[in-house]
Every structure is written in C-alpha cells, then in structure tokens.
Design a protein. Structure first.
Length: 367
C-alpha cells in the first residue's frame, strides 16, 4: 500500500484520500511531523507585511440559546461534557495559503478554495502494533502569573480532562487490548496569534491485533467522531450537539493524517478556517461541564461511598473485563476523598448481575 494523505469530515459523510506522490502543491499543502510537501521556497514567500485580522462575534442571543440547551442536558444528566462550537466570520488581508504558511502548529493542511487548518491536537498514532491517543483538555493564558499552577488546580479543567481521558480510554478499548493511561495531565506550551497558552494533555496506549494493517480504515471509523470534540457519553452528546449548533461542522473537527508502511499519524481538525461563498469563517468551540459544588463528603460507609463513584466497565461475553484495574482506580479515588473508608472490591459476578439486561454485547456500561 503506497503512502497516502487522508481527510474525514466530522459526520463521516465526506472523505478525501490521495497518494502522497500525486498531491499537487498548487491545490493542497500539508505539513505533519513526519510528512509534508511544503518547500523552503514556499515558506520564504509568505506575506511579509502588516497582517489585518478582524472577527465578527456571534450573536449573544443565538449563542445563549445553544448554551442553555447544552446546560439543560448537563443538569439533567444526559451529558457530563459537551463540546459546543460556533462559526465566526473573519476578514483578513491574507489568502488561505498565506494563513497556512504563517500559522505554527504540529499539523497543518490547506485545500484550495476549501479550508485551512492548523491543529495542535493528535487524534491517534499507530506504530509497531501500538495505538496511542493524546487528548487535550484544559487551557490557560501562559502569561498569567503562576499559570501552570492555576491550570493544574482548576477543578473545572481537571474534571473536563478526566472525563475525556476516560472516554478516549474506552474508545481505544473497542479496537485494541491492554489499554492504559501512560501519562496523565502533562502540560504543553502552544503559540497562538494572541500569544502563548498552556494546555494539558494525556497519553493513552493500547495493543492492536496482529493484522491491524489490513483494517486501518475500520479502526479509524470505529473511533469517530473524536471524543475530544464531542463529549461524554458520546452517542447522546452527539445528539445534543446536533440540536444545539445552528450550522454544519463539515470538515471542522474531523480528522486528517497520513499512512505509510504500517504507521499512521493523524490529528483532530481544530483551529480551522473555511471559505464559503467567498467569505471566511473561523470555526471554534470549547468544552462545557457542570460546575462541581458542595463540600468534601465525609463518609466511611462503603455503601454510601458507592453512590458517589462512577466507573465504566466493558462486558464481553458475560464477563467484566480488567476488573483488577477498575478496582485499583476506584480505590485510588476512594482513598483520596474518603481515606478512612473500607477498600472496595468489585467481583465479576456481582458486576454482571447488576448490569444484566442493561447492556448490549460489546458496549461499555456504567456502574
């Protein structure tokens, strides 16, 4: 299989696949960590004058309508995290390809007369039988005093990050085995047109089947849409997003990447400008979560503690998977909030009996 570039839209209704050696730089430019077609001459030719950049903010009334709908669903328990986006008109003296050349990002893509994307967010990477994802959630202005400490101690950002890590961990479990969080909430420094920001990421890794190279497309589409730009639980949150947003995302929040020799590298298409009917629109959004309230719960009774803990467990052919890991994680949480309480111990038969009739084979069930 020859190396190729691929692009998939948010709704998985449109895709673009092209061999790398057939891509015309006059209509498509891309720059990824290990592949690209941007020459030194093109980079040197970027616009050198004063850049003009103006935006038209969305209507407060329209955004409030969308936000309130999301808020209602969060309070009703239909979603724990919802990523709401909008489309913002922008005007600039740069052309789309000049925006591509000026932008600084890990992944960049320009399609003539369509869009330009400059994304820092990895979707998945596949190499030597391993699949890895690096969800990004939690952002702060890097110039603020004690910015790193403020970000790491922010309850809202921590809750949002924990939710998305759990979602991505479950997603990877659908296509791989031995999934684990190998690094949790480390900080990246990113550059934007308004200055530097800090953002928290995590690393999640799983082991793919030996024949994974014959099923690359199936693996990708099983994971879509990306959890980091939808929310949790994903199916219901996607429905909420469709009702709340008053436009079509198109390729925004889809994925882009390249494949070569059994290795795949891909990104979530955020930081995205689209050309529509001669006008430019910047598509952007953010995660919305319920605000934690109340004091630290002082309980020592195990039955009472269970009412405050939420865990997702895979049931496979009537058997609860990876119970030792689930028990370890539940007890880490228990020990943090209720250090005097009795250790918890989930057992296979008790879990399955509680969930009997409430799950479909191969899905994740909440207990």
């Amino acid at each position: 299989m020859c190396p190729f570039l691929f692009i998939v839209d948010y709704a998985q209704e449109q895709s673009h696949v092209e061999p790398l050696d057939q891509i015309n730089p006059a209509t498509c430019l891309f720059q990824f960590p290990k592949a690209g077609n941007v020459g030194v001459a093109a980079t040197a030719a970027r616009y050198a004058g004063l850049i003009q950049w103006d935006i038209t903010p969305p209507s407060p009334a329209a955004y409030k309508h969308s936000f309130d709908l999301v808020k209602q669903n969060l309070l009703a328990g239909n979603s724990y995290l919802t990523n709401l986006t909008c489309r913002v008109p922008v005007s600039t003296n740069l052309t789309m390809d000049e925006i591509f050349l000026h932008s600084e990002a890990l992944y960049k893509l320009w399609l003539k007369d369509r869009f330009v994307c400059f994304s820092p967010e990895i979707f998945v990477r596949i190499e030597k039988g391993k699949i890895k994802s690096f969800p990004m959630k939690g952002t702060i202005d890097a110039t603020l005093p004690d910015a790193e400490q403020l970000l790491m101690q922010d309850a809202k950002e921590a809750a949002e990050h924990a939710t998305i890590v759990d979602l991505i961990r479950n997603d990877l479990s659908m296509v791989s085995e031995h999934v684990e969080v190998t690094s949790y909430r480390y900080i990246d420094r990113l550059q934007t047109n308004k200055g530097p920001i800090l953002q928290t990421s995590s690393e999640i890794c799983g082991t793919l089947p030996e024949d994974y190279t014959a099923h690359i497309g199936d693996i990708l589409f099983r994971l879509l849409p990306a959890g980091s730009i939808t929310g949790a639980p994903k199916p219901k949150t996607v429905e909420i997003i469709a009702e709340a947003e008053d436009y079509e995302r198109g390729f925004y929040t889809g994925i882009m990447g390249h494949y070569a020799d059994g290795q795949l590298d891909s990104a979530v298409m955020i930081r995205f400008i689209e050309q529509e009917n001669g006008r430019l629109h910047f598509k952007a959004g953010g995660g919305i979560t319920p605000k934690p309230v109340g004091k630290r719960i002082q309980r020592s009774n195990t039955e009472n503690i269970c009412a405050y803990l939420l865990e997702t467990i895979r049931i496979d052919h009537g058997k609860a998977c990876n119970l030792s890991r689930h028990n370890r994680r539940l007890n880490d949480t228990r020990a943090h909030f209720w250090p005097e309480s009795t250790p918890l111990q989930l057992r296979d038969q008790s879990v399955v009996s509680r969930l009997r009739g409430r799950y479909r084979q191969g899905t994740r069930s909440v207990w």
